[in-house]
Design a protein around this ligand. Structure first.
Ligand SMILES: Nc1ncnc2c1ncn2[C@@H]1O[C@H](COP(=O)(O)OP(=O)(O)OP(=O)(O)O)[C@@H](O)[C@H]1O
Length: 762
């Protein structure tokens, strides 16, 4: 992970540098800055995090060999300064200069304007106030000073909140700062799950919450944690102690939860400088473990983590294990998915750290063989808190399992023939959880039929080979933010280049992409009004992407839960949403069993198709596929050569350079692929595709040349700009509105768009 760092200077002259003590650069009090998007990527796509350092000056010193070295002069205490030596990066530039402040003090500024400036010496102020204390302060002492300063400011917002401003929240005893945040966010009333869960969580109970997708479960568990932290501020003499652990199944979801919490925390005083009153850290796979370790060393109040990476860090760090043993809140978000992800072992191990001694000692000798025991045996003197609260939330938790949470009787529901290996694992987890509450509150608000009321579902039945065509039709016909779920990574790798060739703005998201790329693609999708994300189920759970207009099940999922979560990426927070199933004959059985699991018939209406557009779209797809096939050959060749190069390197043998070419990444945009487009055939096909893409798409019966004639007169649409932006003669109805008119009973579909269109066209 790349971290950008920014120096901010507002310090008086630091005095003779010889009098300063020196700290390693990583020990300086860097502060993480909130970026505009949750992934924190810059325009170049490289930066994952921005850190800022206040009160710092830079001086350049020459060592004996004449090399220039930067020295940061940093304020650690009000009256104490320290330096951190860093080597300038090649070509890096920087100089320090001083200016007068209003009160006549000289202020040193760090800049990056060149190292050969004449003002270098001015970073040193003879008037520097030195305590005479040569001892290097520890980082926690730096924080101590910070915290004392911040605390005075932090009382802002603690005064009582006027409940008449937010009457529907008045019965929920949240800290006034949170009420102010909710008011600023425009959350005028709690969602149903919040209204039910918050009072119970705030009363100190354990809660298992099941509620539909997009219903605000994150705040249902997070607000009680934040409220507790605001009401029980940390001691000012220590570094932050971890009070809450939130475990999430996917990296994207974990980052989103961090973002969600920070939005609430920072809402009240967005302009406030200094460390936040509550600090939220994250530990997820795919990003630098070192950086994450540093955040942990520095201390945070709430940690959001994926189990795999967290367990890796725990194994290497007894202090972290001890902190987790002592947490006040444990949250498992989307517990069922965590187990599906194959993270059961890590999840179970982490959960075991939070067990009370009385339970652990009951386990006897077998425990000593256990890897968790081995990893944490040095922590015997640290005992888990007796007042820890556990919150489990998901949109899908089977009724059987919910009962087990209540009864905590292992195996009470086992033997049920529907019980799968996954369900057994979940039951094992339930058994492992040491609820402090004898009777955890189970709140089940899951909707009938699984999906939310604001979701409209529809389907297109077609032959397997025409799914691409109907997806293309749908994306053109209903512009908007669409999330397309595909059953395999190979499927995504086939579709993305195809749609890129068709100039549809598509981005892939799957587990084999680098984490950086995953976040980048998500960000692009989030910020593009008509963007299309083609994803595996890695995007199915929890992601709260604003205004996803459509979810398309290009391949149907295997389980009802996956269908619920995928479809739940749209129709969130009481907004309308639309889900489309592309169903081939081969999918029929899966569809039937899916609907049966959801307790429904196949009562899904067909999406009306305006068939006049299909022949031209079909032709475009045919040519794009041919290009893709030809390019795929070149890509594969590159891939093989790359493999050859790596194998040769591994064996330490030389290979004829003519046998090698630059490697290729199967997920790289096609346009960037090496050698692609060289062959004459591809050039010809691309010209043909360009020509086809330039041809207007006109509905049957429409005369583009004579808009006032033809069987479909479009002059009115043209004049009022009511018509469709790309499909001439089509209305601009949304997919959501469209299916109100759809017929329930559909005609049998044929493989050709031509015949089908006659049957279905309204
Ligand atoms: N009280 C509220 N009023 C209005 N909007 C809210 C409220 N609480 C949360 N939201 C918003 O609702 C959206 C969905 O919330 P969240 O992501 O927590 O849903 P969820 O139930 O966890 O969904 P999923 O099951 O898919 O993970 C978010 O954008 C959130 O900001």
């Amino acid at each position: 992970m790349k971290t950008k760092r920014k120096l901010q200077s507002d310090i008086p002259n630091a005095g003779p540098s010889s009098a300063l003590s020196t700290l390693p650069v990583d020990a300086l009090p860097w502060k993480t800055i909130k970026t505009t998007s949750f992934s924190g990527l810059d325009a170049g796509g490289g930066m994952m995090m921005l850190e800022e350092l206040d009160d710092v000056a830079v001086e350049w010193v020459q060592d004996e060999g004449g090399a220039k070295k930067a020295r940061f002069i940093v304020r650690l205490y009000r009256h104490m300064w320290s330096t951190a030596d860093v080597q300038p990066a090649p070509n890096s530039k920087g100089k320090g200069k001083a200016k007068e402040t209003k009160n006549g003090k000289r202020i040193a500024e760090a800049s990056n304007q060149g190292i050969d400036g004449e003002d270098e010496d001015e970073t040193i102020n003879e008037d520097q106030e030195i305590t005479g204390d040569d001892e290097i302060p520890s980082f926690s002492r730096v924080e101590e000073e910070d915290m004392n300063e911040v605390d005075q400011e932090d009382h802002l917002g603690d005064e009582a909140f006027d409940d008449t401003l937010l009457p529907q929240w008045s019965s929920i005893p949240l800290h006034p700062i949170l009420k102010r945040s909710l008011s600023k966010l425009g959350f005028t009333k709690p969602t149903d799950i919040q209204a039910r869960a918050l009072p119970v969580c705030l009363a100190g109970r354990d809660v298992v919450g099941v509620a539909e997708t997009g219903s605000g479960k994150t705040l249902a568990y997070a607000l009680p944690i934040l409220s507790y932290l605001l009401r029980n501020p940390r001691a000012t003499t220590s570094k932050r102690t971890l009070s809450s652990l939130i475990l999430c199944p996917t990296r994207e979801l974990a980052l989103q939860v961090v973002d969600h919490l920070n939005t609430v925390i920072r809402q009240t005083f967005p302009e406030k400088k200094g460390p936040p009153r509550i600090s939220v850290g994250s530990v997820i796979g795919g990003l630098s473990a070192q950086k994450q370790q540093r955040i942990l060393d520095r201390g945070c109040d709430v940690l959001v983590a994926t189990p795999g990476r967290l367990w890796d860090l725990i194994k290497a760090n007894d202090d972290l294990a001890a902190e987790i043993k002592r947490i006040r809140f444990l949250v498992i978000d989307e517990a069922d998915r965590m187990i599906e992800n194959g993270h059961f072992a890590e999840l179970e191990s982490i959960v075991r750290l939070t067990e009370r001694q009385s339970r652990l000692s009951g386990r006897g000798a077998a425990e000593e063989e256990d890897p968790v025991f081995a990893a944490t045996s040095s922590l015997d003197d640290v005992s888990a808190r007796s007042d820890m609260q556990t919150f489990i939330f998901s949109a899908t938790l089977s009724k059987d399992l919910q009962q087990n949470f209540k009864r905590k009787k292992r195996g009470s529901q086992k033997g049920d023939k529907k019980s799968s290996a996954l369900a057994d694992l979940l039951e094992d987890l339930v058994e492992r959880l040491d609820f402090r509450d004898k009777n955890p509150e189970v709140i089940d608000l899951s909707p009938e039929g699984g999906v939310v009321a604001m979701l409209k579902e529809s389907m297109i039945e077609c032959v397997l080979s025409e799914k691409d065509l109907f997806l293309y039709y749908f994306l053109l016909r209903y512009p908007g933010r669409s999330l397309v779920f595909v059953g395999s990574i190979d499927g995504i790798r086939r579709l993305v280049p195809l749609f890129e060739l068709l100039r549809v703005p598509v981005w892939p998201l799957h587990s084999q992409l680098q984490q950086k790329q995953r976040l980048k693609n998500l960000d692009r999708f989030k910020t593009s009004k008509n963007g299309i994300l083609i994803a595996t189920d890695v995007a199915a759970r929890g992601l709260d992407i604003p205004h996803v207009d459509h979810v398309v099940h290009f391949n149907l999922p295997r389980t009802a839960d996956a269908y619920i979560h995928r479809s739940g990426r749209t129709a969130r927070a009481q907004n309308p949403g639309f889900a489309l199933q592309l169903v081939s004959a081969e999918d029929k059985n899966v569809q039937r069993s899916l609907m049966r699991s959801l307790g429904r018939d196949i009562d899904i209406p067909d999406l009306p198709i305006e068939g006049g557009f299909l022949p031209k779209l079909k032709e475009r797809i045919r040519v794009a596929r041919e290009i893709e096939k030809a390019q795929h050959g070149v890509k594969k060749e590159n891939h093989d050569r790359n493999w050859l190069r790596e194998a040769a390197e591994a064996m330490d043998v030389d290979i004829d350079p003519s046998m090698l070419s630059d490697g290729d990444d199967p997920d790289a945009p096609f346009a960037k692929s090496q050698n692609i487009g060289r062959s004459g055939k591809v050039v010809e096909l691309k010209e043909e595709l360009n020509r086809l893409l330039a041809e207007p798409l006109i509905a049957r019966g429409v005369s583009a040349r004579y808009p006032t004639s033809g069987s479909k007169v479009i002059v009115g649409d043209l004049l009022s700009a009511r018509g469709h932006p790309t499909l001439l003669g089509a209305s601009s109805t949304s997919a959501y509105d469209e299916i109100q008119f759809a017929k329930k009973k559909k005609p049998k579909l044929s493989a050709t768009g031509e015949r089908r269109s006659k049957q279905i066209h309204r």
